[in-house]
Each structure stands twice: as C-alpha cells, then as structure tokens.
Design a protein around this ligand. Structure first.
Ligand code: PAF
Length: 280
C-alpha cells in the first residue's frame, strides 16, 4: 500500500492500475477510521481491483463555529487499518493541495440539502459536494463507497452523480454500530464516560421510531412525538432535529406512504451526533 499526498501521484498510480484493466474504487473519508469506514473499504476491496482511500479533513464543509480544529486525526493508525483491509493507495493531501490560492469554484445543490443537516449546517453540503467532485476528478473511480449513517450525504452524492452525468457507481453501505447500539462515528471520541452512556438515547429512539412504524403507525408526527419524548427524558441530550423525510427528495412528509428516512441529530453535551433508519 502506498501513501501519497499530491494529485499528480494519485493520477500516476491510478493510470497504472487502469492500464492493467483494473477497476478503481474510492472510499472518501476524513480519517480517524473506525469499523464503519472499515466496512466501506472491505466492500470496495470485494467490488473493485484497485482501492483508493482518501483521508482529508475538508475545511470547506465545516462552519465557522464547528469542530474543524479539534477533529481527531491519526494517520499512522489509519494507514495500518487501511493496509490490514487490503487498500492499495491512501491519498492524504494538505488543504493547500486541494484548495490552491484563488480557489473559487464550487458545486452546490438545492432541494436535497435544504432539510435535516443542511438546515443546521448551512455550508456543509456545498463543501461536501465540492470536495467529492474534486476527489472524483482526481481518482476517476468506477465505484465510490459511502456510509448510510450519513444518509442525507449519500442521497446528495447519488443525486449529484445523476444530475451531472458522472460515470461512477455510488454504493451505500449499512450503518455499523457498537455492541450497545451507538452508531460508530469518529466524533464518539469526544464523549465523556457519562455522555457515552447518554448517547445511547439516539439508537434507542431510532429503534422506537422504527418499531412504531413497523407496528402500523404511518402518521409521521405520532412517530416523531414518541421519539422526542424519549430523547427529552435524557438530561444530557438536546435535540437538533427529529424528522421523517422522503428518501429521494429529503423533504419532510406527514404520512409515511413511500420510502422514507427517519433521521435525528442530537447534541450530547457539546457533541452533535446523528443516526437514522430507512422506513420502507
Ligand atoms: O463523510 C465524510 O467523511 C465526508 O463528508 C466526506 C464524504 C469524506 C467528504 O469530505
């Protein structure tokens, strides 16, 4: 496995792989990798011949009061993890390699980015769409792999690829959870021991919402109210949103009569965590 930091080096190795008729898979990440990322790398390994993992904490997708500076980083550990899963190449650029002086082109999206995390984090998806476009242009993958934990991001990327006629297959991979149910996230490392216990309220409320729907409840408000009550019973939790949206448009729905997404964002102390499940 090689670790490179320039666009030119990535292009060189990808070109060599393509010359040998290898298919290329990209797993875009911000590093501090956990088993959730591991499942994406494993899926990429199974699906494609040459697996590129990008590790880049993208400044453009963080708002001014967000955790860009404190976002956890550990390249050595990430590299060992990627190697153990059979990745071929890590792309770990400096911000200046991705955004040279005078950088002024962006990829933006309406509708799908207007709800959920797009409401609470207004610059987020413009940053995600721009960096993912750049990574797609640099790596030119046949397949790219994203986690369903960021369900809105996955929907946005699929939509962007379709809107802009990109010849890349987007593969969504299921949420990976800790044994007690907490969705794996690099941000879980911010939690104190008490907060870690309190954070279970996210997966518990998702389970409650899913079970309520499975028992026949189609009224979104009834499902949301039940979940809100449960989350509010946890003193360390503060709700950002609890919503049910159409799975394709990411717009809120009143009745769950089509493929839908149940999504929540909750602050546990200062840490904002997300979780979701599909309602079919
Ligand atoms: O999901 C992430 O880690 C990031 O949003 C991504 C897709 C790597 C873009 O920076």
């Amino acid at each position: 496995m090689k670790i490179v930091s320039t666009v030119a080096e990535v292009r060189k190795y990808v070109k060599e792989a393509k010359k040998q008729d290898k298919t290329v898979g990209l797993v875009p990440t911000m590093g501090y990798l956990h088993e959730g990322h591991g499942s994406l790398i494993t899926k990429a390994r199974e699906t494609t011949d040459f697996v590129v993992v990008s590790i880049f904490v993208n400044p453009m997708q963080f708002g001014p009061t967000e955790d860009l500076e404190s976002y956890p980083r550990d390249l050595d550990k990430d590299a060992a993890f990627c190697e153990s899963l059979g990745a071929d190449l890590i792309f770990h650029p400096e911000p200046s390699e991705m955004y040279h002086e005078g950088f002024s082109s962006f990829v933006d999206m309406t509708v799908l980015t207007e709800e959920l995390c797009g409401l609470s984090r207004p610059v987020h998806f413009r940053g995600v769409c721009t960096v993912v476009n750049k990574l797609f242009n640099i790596v030119t993958p046949d397949y790219a792999f994203f986690g369903q934990k960021d369900a809105q991001q996955l929907a946005v990327i699929k939509h962007m690829v379709d809107d802009l006629n990109m010849d890349i297959k987007i593969v969504g991979c299921p949420i990976v959870r800790e044994e007690d149910g907490l969705a794996k996230s690099s941000r879980n490392t911010y939690l104190s021991a008490d907060e870690r216990k309190a954070a279970l309220i996210l997966s518990k409320s998702i389970k409650l919402g899913n079970e309520t729907f499975a028992a026949g409840e189609k009224n979104a408000k009834v499902i949301i109210d039940k979940m809100t009550e449960l989350i509010n019973s946890e003193p360390l939790a503060k709700i950002d949103y609890v919503k049910i949206v159409d799975r394709l448009t990411m717009q809120q729905i009143e009745t769950v009569d089509r493929p839908a997404l149940l999504a929540i964002a909750v602050y546990i102390g200062k840490t904002r965590l997300i979780d979701n499940c599909y309602l079919d």
